[in-house]
Ligand binder design. Structure first.
Ligand SMILES: Nc1ncnc2c1ncn2[C@@H]1O[C@H](COP(=O)(O)OP(=O)(O)OP(=O)(O)O)[C@@H](O)[C@H]1O
Ligand SMILES: [Mg+2]
Length: 252
């Protein structure tokens, strides 16, 4: 058996129904059972809407189920993320020590080393780790690491190819565009992603609510309505049957 079929055999044992839990039961309901295995899903949202929390929750859920996972952080330090996760009650240190969680921090200040790490280290890590889940926080920062938009597009295509070949189910966080609602800041990632989750802070009847919408999710039925969610001390909770009415004309 070649290594690719070995990986896909192992991954189908991990998720026999072909779905990977997002780590949030309400969101899994909206997704008709979870994220289709092998997808690249972008969590797009304004500052403070819980993108990093969702990425950590997704990774912690995999670790909790005995899976191997990778977290790639751009800019945010490992210790800071470990503390953020701990504030939700998710202890990551032991998983790092037991080699269940590979943590890679990419530093924007050292461009020369960075280029090598993205070209060599990152694909090696994804291919060799046998991980079933990966989070990249954030893909917007990944895209601004390169000199021009053509190079960032080439690198993104390479990254996606590596992710797809490895069979890992990926969650990328992304900042939203100020000009185009439902689009990312760089306007690239939404077209190559299999799924897009859109997180928003919305003013509803003079109250501020966090709302979530699934913009796209290939190869599955899914809910398309805005649903409210909360960021609690135990992480994100999505209310998959609650209705909210958002005025898209006002942007946020
Ligand atoms: N331990 C906690 N318990 C409850 N709520 C928290 C906790 N930690 C953070 N929050 C809430 O989550 C928000 C930030 O979430 P998070 O950092 O995941 O957002 P983000 O979208 O990644 O933000 P950014 O755009 O800055 O990267 C905070 O502003 C706060 O409201
Ligand atoms: Mg963040």
């Amino acid at each position: 058996m070649d290594s690719k079929s070995q990986i896909s055999g192992k991954l189908s044992e991990i998720c026999p129904n072909g779905r990977v839990s997002s780590g949030i039961s309400g969101l899994d309901k909206m997704l008709n059972g979870g994220i289709p295995q092998g997808h690249i899903v972008v969590v797009m949202g304004d500052p403070g809407t819980g993108k990093t929390t969702l990425a950590l929750q997704y990774i912690h859920d995999g670790l909790d189920k005995g899976e191997s996972c990778i977290y790639i952080s751009i800019e945010e330090e490992k210790d800071s993320l470990i503390s953020t996760a701990a504030s939700y009650g998710w202890e990551l240190q032991e998983y790092i020590e037991n080699n269940k969680l590979e943590f890679l921090k990419l530093d924007l200040s050292d461009i020369k080393t960075l280029a090598r790490r993205i070209r060599v280290e990152l694909p090696e890590l994804i291919e060799s780790s046998g991980a079933s889940r990966i989070a990249i926080d954030s893909i917007s920062l990944f895209n601004i690491m390169f000199d021009n938009s053509i190079e960032s597009r080439i690198r993104l295509v390479e990254l996606n190819k590596t992710v797809k070949n490895s069979g890992v189910t990926a969650l990328y966080t992304s900042e939203t565009s100020m000009k185009n609602l439902f689009h990312s800041k760089d306007g690239i990632i939404e077209y190559s992603a299999d799924g897009i989750l859109f997180l928003q802070q919305s003013e509803i009847a003079s109250d501020i609510r966090l709302v979530l919408r699934i913009i796209k999710m290939r190869r599955t039925l899914h809910d398309r309505l805005y649903r409210p969610y909360d960021i609690t001390e135990n992480g994100i909770i999505v209310y998959p049957t609650e209705m909210v009415f958002v005025d898209e004309g006002t942007g946020v």
